[in-house]
Design a protein around this ligand. Sequence first.
Ligand code: SF4
Length: 346
Amino acid sequence: MSITALALFSGGLDSILACRVVMAQGVKVVALRFITPFFEADVDDVAAYSAAVQEKYGIRVKVMDVSHDFINMLKAPQHGFGRHFNPCIDCKIFMLRQARSLMLEYQASFLITGEVLGQRPMSQRRDTLRVIERESGCEGILLRPLCAQLMLPTQAELQGLVEREQLLRISGRGRTEQQQLAAHFQIHDYPAPAGGCLLADVNLAARFRHFSPGIFAEAKGAALVDDFRLLLFGRHFEPAPGLWFVLGRDQKDNERIMALRQPDDWLLHMVDRPGPVGLLRRRAAAELTALQLDELEATLAGLLLRYAKKVEGRAAAGVVRIERDTGVQEARFDPLADEQVQELMV
Ligand code: SF4
């Protein structure tokens, strides 16, 4: 009878090798690639991605979007955040729980990950690996092929489903052993280590911290996921307490902004020369008088004009179209001064 294992698959070299080490023992491996807005950059086209992984590494991969549940976890990760907005321990627990819940469906006997003891300071210490195992409900069923010989034997080893002697004892931050192993499997084209997770990006982290309390308070379901998608690009401003204004940096950003527009968002764009698209969200969060509304419009248009095509080398007045939930208006506005822009920028 064939034995099946489910693998957490990030697409990085360690997860590729973990799959191949276990596959080399005759175990059928299904690699699970969980995607969220924070780590999915290379999975735009699921069929093409799966075919490429199969062709390059000989690994069968199943892509699953777990954005909504993952973002809910981000609200209050039990083990807190790393240096930025990365809740690595809770992230691993979350992924393993997802994988464990699929074991029956895939008739899998155990789970595997590409974790290496001591490779990362927060999430790959021995005590942390145990916490992750315990809290995900994976004690005994989680095999880490790259460092298995440094860990207690798992059920898969004890039951003879895999041979412990054929597993590895890699530890620490070095990459030499992984590179040698990759060469052994004739894997030459693999992604560079680190990077990839936007939650660990220093600039985005500040933005996540600033806006996420408001997002969690206001948004539910698909809107919650879309709000986090909106945070990942463009320039962000808080033009008044509770309001959120986004400007595209380039054409691609502008298209993404328009695609993420919700019915009660305001959309702003230039009429008389090229410039960014702007989107105001949470308008309903602020009780504004008519006068304050006029001021808000001038501020938003002024921000747009600050980044619009310059006239004789300077930011200049221009006509801006404001599409509100209640109607459309076009008017001429002045650009904001740089100091005002800096004050509002998040
Ligand atoms: S870096 Fe990102 S993807 Fe990796 S464990 Fe941490 S939160 Fe999860």
